[in-house]
Design a protein around this ligand. Structure first.
Ligand SMILES: [Ca+2]
Ligand SMILES: [Ca+2]
Ligand SMILES: [Ca+2]
Ligand SMILES: [Ca+2]
Length: 466
């Protein structure tokens, strides 16, 4: 038996029972049973809206396109479209989104659409208009220069008209071969320091900057030269005038020649190791020397040349003889002492004088009258009278007769005259000595009057007369 029921209400629980009657009219009725009609068909489309990007916004680079969608039954998928062309696959799982690299299309206006579909095939769409505005222009590089050069470093600077990263390629040729580490920070004033360069070497370089959109600009080739290696070679210097061992007087020109592998900065003349004037910095290196300012005699001239790196060289010494007229007297002798050493001799000694040229000797004055000269700072005056006081002064003189002031006076009194004689050793004899001579000479010894024979030579007795 099959009976089709029509005109039922959708999605409704129905009770039913079936009945059958045989040919004899016997009726059978089933127990109650139920069925539910199929639910009513989904005819309600989903609701959909684009959450990003905002309508009428400007977009660039890679962005996220996202939408929300809802349905009375269930959203089956969301399909994004760009100007009615599918953009990526259908998204069947919320949240509905898509990563879109806007650089894959040209700049301009686009319609972004999200189409939501339910399982019944109902669809709905929402659209926003966006402007794709990607940076398609590389930075403009300008002012690439190399500065702050040292023996092994260089600073490369340049500017860009927009924010961009920094890198420098460099090498010994336009093939470069080396590159600085990419500085990814985006700036408009770029500086890259190159290290580990070779001194005194020409380098080729070019600078590179990439904007945020990846547009790369590369400068033309340029060059720089690192600073030369440090100068460790001292100058060479020699005195060209005056000639060695020459005699100089008055005002003369001292001159030197100096050379250096780089350059001579200055030459300092020296006299006896003391600076002679200021350093001269301009070739020819000369100094005007007034030789009368130094003592006559031998002096040593040297010249010290200096380069910019501080290397110095000293010339071979040149000896010269200063020979100017001497008008300066020696200094006054001091410390004069007078000591009587006998009845006829007084010993003088004093501190030596000094002179610009040299002390030749000393004049000895006794009681105001010059009585002698001495080449040393001592003198023994002789031939004096016993027990007599003498006053002395001394004055120093140089080779041309310049004489110092006289020293402070010193006085001494000669001793009593003494005689050496022989006294007999006989008991009971009273010795008698007659003072008849001066000094312990043989003659005076002989002149001692005594009643005894002369003693053998070398035997001495001294008797002082009272
Ligand atoms: Ca629906
Ligand atoms: Ca750009
Ligand atoms: Ca040098
Ligand atoms: Ca003198």
């Amino acid at each position: 038996h099959t009976v089709t029921l029509n005109g039922l209400t959708a999605g409704t629980l129905y009770h039913y029972r079936v009945k059958s009657k045989d040919a004899a009219g016997n009726l059978a009725v089933s127990p109650d049973a139920v069925f539910t009609t199929a639910p009513p068909p989904d005819t309600t489309p989903p609701a959909v809206s684009i959450t990003t990007p905002a309508a009428n916004s400007s977009v660039s680079g890679t962005i996220t396109v996202s939408a929300t969608a809802a349905d009375n039954v269930g959203v089956a998928s969301v399909q994004f479209k760009l100007d009615d062309v599918n953009l990526g696959p259908e998204d069947t799982v919320a949240p509905y989104s898509l990563s879109w690299n806007t650089a894959t299309v040209g700049n301009g206006l686009y319609a972004l659409t999200a189409v939501a579909r339910d399982a019944a095939g109902n669809t709905a769409s929402a659209a926003v208009t966006v402007t794709v505005s990607n940076d398609l222009t590389p930075p403009v590089l300008s002012g690439a220069t190399a500065s702050a050069l040292s023996v092994d470093t260089a600073a490369i600077s340049w500017t860009t008209d927009e924010l961009a990263d920094s890198q420098v390629e460099y090498g010994l040729s336009t093939g470069y071969g080396s590159a600085s580490v990419l500085d990814a920070s985006r700036v408009t004033a770029h500086t890259v320091t190159l290290n580990g360069l070779t001194a005194g070497t020409l380098y080729h370089y070019r600078v590179k900057s990439k904007d945020a959109a990846g547009n790369l600009a590369v400068s033309p080739d340029a060059v720089f030269t690192t600073a030369p290696p440090p100068d460790t070679t001292p100058p060479a210097v020699s005195i060209t005038a005056p000639a060695a061992n020459s005699s100089v007087s008055g005002t003369i020109t001292v001159s030197a020649t100096a050379t250096d592998n780089v350059s001579v900065v200055g030459v300092q003349f020296k006299l006896d190791n003391a600076n002679l004037g200021a350093e001269t910095t301009i070739p020819l290196y000369t100094f005007t020397w007034n030789t009368t300012t130094v003592a006559n005699g031998t002096h040593t001239l040297t010249a010290v040349a200096r380069d910019a790196a501080g290397n110095v060289a000293i010339s071979a010494p040149v000896s010269v003889m200063a020979a100017n007229g001497d008008v300066l007297p020696p200094s006054m002798p001091t410390g004069l002492t007078a000591t009587a050493v006998s009845s006829s001799q007084i010993f003088l000694v004093w501190s030596p004088s000094t002179d610009n040229v040299g002390v030749v000797g000393y004049k000895i004055f006794r009681d105001g009258m010059q009585v002698a000269t001495s080449s040393t700072s001592a003198y023994q005056d002789t031939g004096l009278s016993p027990v007599t006081t003498y006053k002395y002064t001394v004055a120093a003189f140089d080779a041309v007769g310049n004489t110092s002031a006289p020293s402070a006076p010193a006085s001494a009194t000669t001793l009593f005259k003494s005689a050496q004689g022989v006294v007999p050793a006989s008991a009971g004899v009273t010795p008698s000595v007659t003072i008849a001579g001066a000094g312990p000479s043989t003659a005076s010894r002989r002149s001692v009057s005594a009643a005894s024979p002369f003693l053998p030579a070398g035997t001495r007795r001294c008797v002082t007369a009272a």
